[in-house]
Design a protein around this ligand. Structure first.
Ligand SMILES: Nc1ncnc2c1ncn2[C@@H]1O[C@H](COP(=O)(O)OP(=O)(O)O)[C@@H](O)[C@H]1O
Ligand SMILES: [Mg+2]
Length: 233
Protein backbone atom coordinates (compact mmCIF):
# COMPACT_ATOMS: atom_id res chain seq x y z
CA UNK A 1 0.00 0.00 0.00
CA UNK A 2 0.99 3.62 -0.46
CA UNK A 3 2.27 6.05 2.13
CA UNK A 4 0.16 7.07 5.10
CA UNK A 5 -1.71 10.34 5.32
CA UNK A 6 -2.23 11.41 8.89
CA UNK A 7 -5.79 12.55 9.55
CA UNK A 8 -4.42 14.89 12.21
CA UNK A 9 -7.44 14.16 14.40
CA UNK A 10 -6.18 13.67 17.92
CA UNK A 11 -6.02 9.97 18.76
CA UNK A 12 -7.34 8.69 15.42
CA UNK A 13 -4.07 8.01 13.61
CA UNK A 14 -3.00 5.78 16.50
CA UNK A 15 -6.06 3.54 16.12
CA UNK A 16 -5.58 3.49 12.33
CA UNK A 17 -2.02 2.28 12.82
CA UNK A 18 -0.59 5.46 11.26
CA UNK A 19 -3.48 7.09 9.42
CA UNK A 20 -5.23 6.82 6.06
CA UNK A 21 -3.49 5.67 2.87
CA UNK A 22 -2.66 8.34 0.31
CA UNK A 23 -4.99 8.33 -2.68
CA UNK A 24 -7.66 6.18 -1.04
CA UNK A 25 -11.32 7.02 -0.46
CA UNK A 26 -12.99 6.67 2.93
CA UNK A 27 -16.64 6.75 3.94
CA UNK A 28 -17.68 8.64 7.05
CA UNK A 29 -21.15 7.65 8.12
CA UNK A 30 -23.51 8.52 10.95
CA UNK A 31 -26.79 10.11 11.91
CA UNK A 32 -27.55 13.82 12.17
CA UNK A 33 -25.37 15.70 14.67
CA UNK A 34 -22.90 12.82 15.02
CA UNK A 35 -19.98 15.06 13.99
CA UNK A 36 -19.43 14.06 10.35
CA UNK A 37 -19.01 17.59 9.03
CA UNK A 38 -16.73 18.73 11.86
CA UNK A 39 -14.61 15.56 11.50
CA UNK A 40 -14.22 16.03 7.77
CA UNK A 41 -13.39 19.71 7.95
CA UNK A 42 -10.77 18.97 10.60
CA UNK A 43 -9.18 16.49 8.16
CA UNK A 44 -8.80 19.39 5.69
CA UNK A 45 -7.61 21.89 8.32
CA UNK A 46 -4.91 19.48 9.55
CA UNK A 47 -3.89 18.88 5.93
CA UNK A 48 -3.69 22.62 5.23
CA UNK A 49 -1.40 22.98 8.25
CA UNK A 50 1.14 20.64 6.62
CA UNK A 51 0.83 22.07 3.13
CA UNK A 52 -1.81 19.69 1.72
CA UNK A 53 -4.58 21.73 0.14
CA UNK A 54 -8.18 20.65 0.58
CA UNK A 55 -11.43 20.85 -1.39
CA UNK A 56 -14.71 20.84 0.56
CA UNK A 57 -17.76 20.16 -1.61
CA UNK A 58 -20.95 20.95 0.26
CA UNK A 59 -24.33 19.88 -1.04
CA UNK A 60 -26.19 21.15 1.98
CA UNK A 61 -25.03 24.59 3.06
CA UNK A 62 -23.56 27.74 1.57
CA UNK A 63 -19.91 28.59 2.13
CA UNK A 64 -20.83 31.43 4.51
CA UNK A 65 -22.98 29.19 6.65
CA UNK A 66 -20.29 26.53 6.69
CA UNK A 67 -17.79 29.01 8.14
CA UNK A 68 -20.28 30.10 10.81
CA UNK A 69 -21.02 26.50 11.77
CA UNK A 70 -17.34 25.66 12.33
CA UNK A 71 -16.00 28.06 14.93
CA UNK A 72 -13.21 25.61 15.85
CA UNK A 73 -10.65 26.99 13.40
CA UNK A 74 -10.15 30.23 11.52
CA UNK A 75 -11.61 28.80 8.33
CA UNK A 76 -11.83 32.17 6.61
CA UNK A 77 -8.07 32.51 6.82
CA UNK A 78 -7.46 29.07 5.26
CA UNK A 79 -9.99 29.87 2.52
CA UNK A 80 -8.54 33.32 1.81
CA UNK A 81 -5.07 31.80 1.49
CA UNK A 82 -6.42 29.10 -0.86
CA UNK A 83 -5.39 26.25 1.45
CA UNK A 84 -9.03 25.15 1.76
CA UNK A 85 -11.30 25.59 -1.26
CA UNK A 86 -15.01 25.44 -0.40
CA UNK A 87 -17.56 24.74 -3.10
CA UNK A 88 -21.30 24.59 -2.58
CA UNK A 89 -23.36 22.72 -5.15
CA UNK A 90 -26.49 24.13 -3.58
CA UNK A 91 -28.26 26.56 -5.91
CA UNK A 92 -27.92 30.24 -4.94
CA UNK A 93 -31.15 31.91 -3.71
CA UNK A 94 -31.59 33.91 -6.93
CA UNK A 95 -30.59 31.07 -9.25
CA UNK A 96 -33.16 29.41 -11.49
CA UNK A 97 -32.55 25.66 -11.61
CA UNK A 98 -34.39 23.84 -14.36
CA UNK A 99 -33.63 20.31 -13.28
CA UNK A 100 -34.22 19.19 -9.75
CA UNK A 101 -30.49 19.05 -9.06
CA UNK A 102 -27.72 21.10 -10.58
CA UNK A 103 -25.06 18.39 -10.38
CA UNK A 104 -25.11 14.67 -10.97
CA UNK A 105 -22.10 12.44 -10.23
CA UNK A 106 -20.73 13.08 -13.75
CA UNK A 107 -20.82 16.83 -13.12
CA UNK A 108 -19.13 16.30 -9.80
CA UNK A 109 -16.31 14.34 -11.38
CA UNK A 110 -15.73 17.16 -13.85
CA UNK A 111 -15.70 19.72 -11.03
CA UNK A 112 -13.26 17.76 -8.91
CA UNK A 113 -10.84 17.21 -11.78
CA UNK A 114 -10.87 20.93 -12.54
CA UNK A 115 -10.15 21.99 -8.97
CA UNK A 116 -7.59 19.32 -8.23
CA UNK A 117 -5.56 20.04 -11.34
CA UNK A 118 -5.74 23.83 -11.11
CA UNK A 119 -5.32 24.29 -7.38
CA UNK A 120 -3.05 21.41 -6.40
CA UNK A 121 -5.63 19.78 -4.10
CA UNK A 122 -4.49 16.73 -2.06
CA UNK A 123 -7.51 16.14 0.22
CA UNK A 124 -11.16 16.12 -0.82
CA UNK A 125 -14.40 15.98 1.20
CA UNK A 126 -17.92 15.44 -0.16
CA UNK A 127 -20.48 16.62 2.40
CA UNK A 128 -22.51 14.71 1.60
CA UNK A 129 -22.47 12.18 -1.24
CA UNK A 130 -25.99 11.09 -0.25
CA UNK A 131 -27.75 13.85 -2.19
CA UNK A 132 -25.99 12.77 -5.40
CA UNK A 133 -26.69 9.12 -4.79
CA UNK A 134 -30.40 9.76 -4.35
CA UNK A 135 -30.62 10.97 -7.93
CA UNK A 136 -30.14 7.36 -9.10
CA UNK A 137 -33.11 5.07 -9.06
CA UNK A 138 -31.05 2.21 -10.37
CA UNK A 139 -28.13 0.99 -8.23
CA UNK A 140 -26.05 -0.39 -11.11
CA UNK A 141 -25.14 2.86 -12.88
CA UNK A 142 -24.73 4.48 -9.46
CA UNK A 143 -22.16 1.91 -8.41
CA UNK A 144 -20.33 2.34 -11.71
CA UNK A 145 -20.25 6.14 -11.36
CA UNK A 146 -19.09 5.92 -7.75
CA UNK A 147 -16.31 3.54 -8.69
CA UNK A 148 -15.38 5.88 -11.52
CA UNK A 149 -15.22 8.84 -9.11
CA UNK A 150 -13.09 6.86 -6.64
CA UNK A 151 -10.74 5.70 -9.43
CA UNK A 152 -10.25 9.23 -10.72
CA UNK A 153 -9.54 10.58 -7.24
CA UNK A 154 -6.96 7.83 -6.76
CA UNK A 155 -5.29 8.60 -10.09
CA UNK A 156 -5.16 12.28 -9.09
CA UNK A 157 -3.50 11.28 -5.80
CA UNK A 158 -6.26 12.70 -3.58
CA UNK A 159 -7.14 11.25 -0.21
CA UNK A 160 -10.91 11.57 0.05
CA UNK A 161 -13.77 11.45 2.55
CA UNK A 162 -17.28 10.73 1.29
CA UNK A 163 -19.89 11.54 3.93
CA UNK A 164 -22.84 9.11 3.87
CA UNK A 165 -25.88 10.08 5.86
CA UNK A 166 -27.36 7.14 7.72
CA UNK A 167 -30.97 7.07 6.66
CA UNK A 168 -33.74 4.99 8.00
CA UNK A 169 -35.75 4.80 4.78
CA UNK A 170 -32.99 4.50 2.23
CA UNK A 171 -30.05 2.59 3.65
CA UNK A 172 -26.83 3.26 1.76
CA UNK A 173 -25.02 0.18 3.10
CA UNK A 174 -23.86 -0.87 -0.35
CA UNK A 175 -21.75 2.30 -0.51
CA UNK A 176 -19.59 0.84 2.22
CA UNK A 177 -18.43 -1.83 -0.23
CA UNK A 178 -17.02 0.57 -2.83
CA UNK A 179 -14.82 2.63 -0.51
CA UNK A 180 -11.44 1.67 0.99
CA UNK A 181 -12.50 2.25 4.57
CA UNK A 182 -15.51 3.16 6.67
CA UNK A 183 -15.63 5.17 9.87
CA UNK A 184 -18.88 5.38 11.77
CA UNK A 185 -19.71 8.26 14.08
CA UNK A 186 -22.60 8.02 16.51
CA UNK A 187 -24.18 8.85 19.80
CA UNK A 188 -24.91 6.32 22.56
CA UNK A 189 -27.05 6.87 25.60
CA UNK A 190 -25.61 5.08 28.60
CA UNK A 191 -27.49 4.91 31.87
CA UNK A 192 -25.97 8.14 33.13
CA UNK A 193 -24.72 9.92 30.08
CA UNK A 194 -24.84 10.53 26.36
CA UNK A 195 -21.53 9.71 24.70
CA UNK A 196 -20.24 10.31 21.18
CA UNK A 197 -18.24 7.52 19.57
CA UNK A 198 -16.19 6.62 16.53
CA UNK A 199 -15.77 3.10 15.18
CA UNK A 200 -13.47 1.99 12.38
CA UNK A 201 -15.67 -0.53 10.57
CA UNK A 202 -13.43 -1.21 7.60
CA UNK A 203 -9.88 -0.23 6.59
CA UNK A 204 -8.31 -1.97 3.63
CA UNK A 205 -4.62 -2.80 3.90
CA UNK A 206 -4.09 -2.42 7.62
CA UNK A 207 -4.94 -3.73 11.03
CA UNK A 208 -6.90 -1.36 13.21
CA UNK A 209 -8.74 -1.06 16.48
CA UNK A 210 -12.29 -2.46 16.06
CA UNK A 211 -13.78 -1.00 19.22
CA UNK A 212 -16.14 1.88 19.53
CA UNK A 213 -14.10 4.70 21.10
CA UNK A 214 -15.59 7.65 22.91
CA UNK A 215 -14.94 10.97 21.21
CA UNK A 216 -15.34 14.55 22.34
CA UNK A 217 -15.94 17.67 20.32
CA UNK A 218 -13.80 20.33 21.95
CA UNK A 219 -12.94 23.90 21.08
CA UNK A 220 -10.09 22.91 18.72
CA UNK A 221 -11.88 19.97 17.16
CA UNK A 222 -12.37 16.27 17.77
CA UNK A 223 -10.51 14.12 20.28
CA UNK A 224 -10.65 10.33 20.16
CA UNK A 225 -10.21 8.93 23.65
CA UNK A 226 -9.19 5.46 24.86
CA UNK A 227 -12.51 4.98 26.59
CA UNK A 228 -15.09 2.48 25.42
CA UNK A 229 -18.41 4.34 25.56
CA UNK A 230 -20.44 1.40 26.95
CA UNK A 231 -18.14 1.05 29.93
CA UNK A 232 -18.00 4.72 30.74
CA UNK A 233 -21.26 4.96 32.69
N1 LIG B 1 -18.58 24.50 19.58
C1 LIG B 1 -18.99 23.24 19.78
N2 LIG B 1 -18.52 22.54 20.84
C2 LIG B 1 -18.93 21.28 21.06
N3 LIG B 1 -19.81 20.61 20.29
C3 LIG B 1 -20.31 21.26 19.24
C4 LIG B 1 -19.92 22.59 18.92
N4 LIG B 1 -20.56 22.95 17.79
C5 LIG B 1 -21.33 21.89 17.44
N5 LIG B 1 -21.17 20.90 18.30
C6 LIG B 1 -21.84 19.58 18.23
O1 LIG B 1 -21.60 19.07 16.93
C7 LIG B 1 -22.84 18.69 16.33
C8 LIG B 1 -22.82 18.98 14.85
O2 LIG B 1 -21.73 18.29 14.27
P1 LIG B 1 -21.73 18.08 12.70
O3 LIG B 1 -20.35 17.70 12.33
O4 LIG B 1 -22.31 19.26 12.01
O5 LIG B 1 -22.71 16.82 12.59
P2 LIG B 1 -23.20 16.05 11.29
O6 LIG B 1 -22.46 16.62 10.13
O7 LIG B 1 -22.90 14.61 11.58
O8 LIG B 1 -24.67 16.30 11.24
C9 LIG B 1 -23.89 19.54 17.00
O9 LIG B 1 -25.15 18.90 16.96
C10 LIG B 1 -23.33 19.71 18.40
O10 LIG B 1 -23.76 18.63 19.20
MG1 LIG C 1 -23.16 17.63 8.41
Amino acid sequence: MSERVRSGISGLDEILDGGFFAGQTYGVTGGPGSGKSIFSMEFLVKGAQIGEKGLYISSEVSVDKLIKQMPFWDLKEYIDKGDIVPFSTRPQPDEIVVESEKFDLGGLIYLVKHYVKNKGIKRVVFDSITAFVQQYENKKPLRRELNNLIGILESLGCTTILIFENQVFEPTDFMEFVVDGVLELGIIETREDVVRYIQVKKMRGTSHDMNKRAIEIQENGIIVTNLKPFLSG
